[in-house]
Design a protein. Sequence first.
Length: 296
Amino acid sequence: MDEICGLLGSRYPLIQGAMGVICNPEMVAAVSEAGGYGLLASAFLTEPGPLREQIEAVKRLTDKPFGANLMAMNPMSMAFAEVLIENGIKTVTTSAGSPKELLSILKPAGVKVLHVVPNVETARKAEDAGVDVLIAEGSESGGIQGYMGASTMVLVPLMVDAVKIPVIAAGGIGDSRGYRAAFALGAKGVQVGTRFIASKECIAHQNYKSALCEGRETDTLLIERGKVRVRVIRTPLAEELGQGISDTTFTFSPNSLEEAWIGGDLAANTLPAGEIAGMVEDVRSVREIIEEMVKD
């Protein structure tokens, strides 16, 4: 644990996941202020300017270390990496594709790279490529999913045995029990996403937070989105997409994401969330969430 805390510059080996347009600076700063490692998201950005603005906004709110996630499949990811380097970001997570190209610019700049992987095969490839830490993301997690994954309970110990670098657990972690379980499986830290949506500092609309808090463990589903699947809250739109009913009429766009996630229009787009939706019962401050998680 000390190794991960030292790498992140945080008090606890706990990373806040990058949750698209609701990774607002206030939440990111609150995570870092509470002892975790906050992450900005760049997945839906199309130019460097907004990323610079978000970094500056976080720095106005905290002097604690924080980072960002880079999606390898995003054609702007290399430009975003330059922005992170210019702004002194020392640790980032990478996901959704091979990290090799990003490593070519991040590693010479002294940036530590934590790569998100869904199975042992891709973990070994990422280790060979030179990443510093692996994030084993179980299939119960929210958001983008591949087709060759496993649950956190199975994936983490297998990955710990298969690689020499540290492994962080992600997926299905929302309280102190999941936090402790991750270390029992051999992880050196955790990444938490869904639980932070239901935080006071998260910019997500109350309709999104209410859907999360009212959900059961069976109230998420996987929908097909081209080359990937996405785990989302079970809404009427999600049910239709899951059955292929709305595929011809539904248009995915960053604007529709904002309408749903921030504007509260649950018919505009789907709401990513992990299976721990069944465990989330209330909206708390980021500090309360983290302190409960690490209390023992």
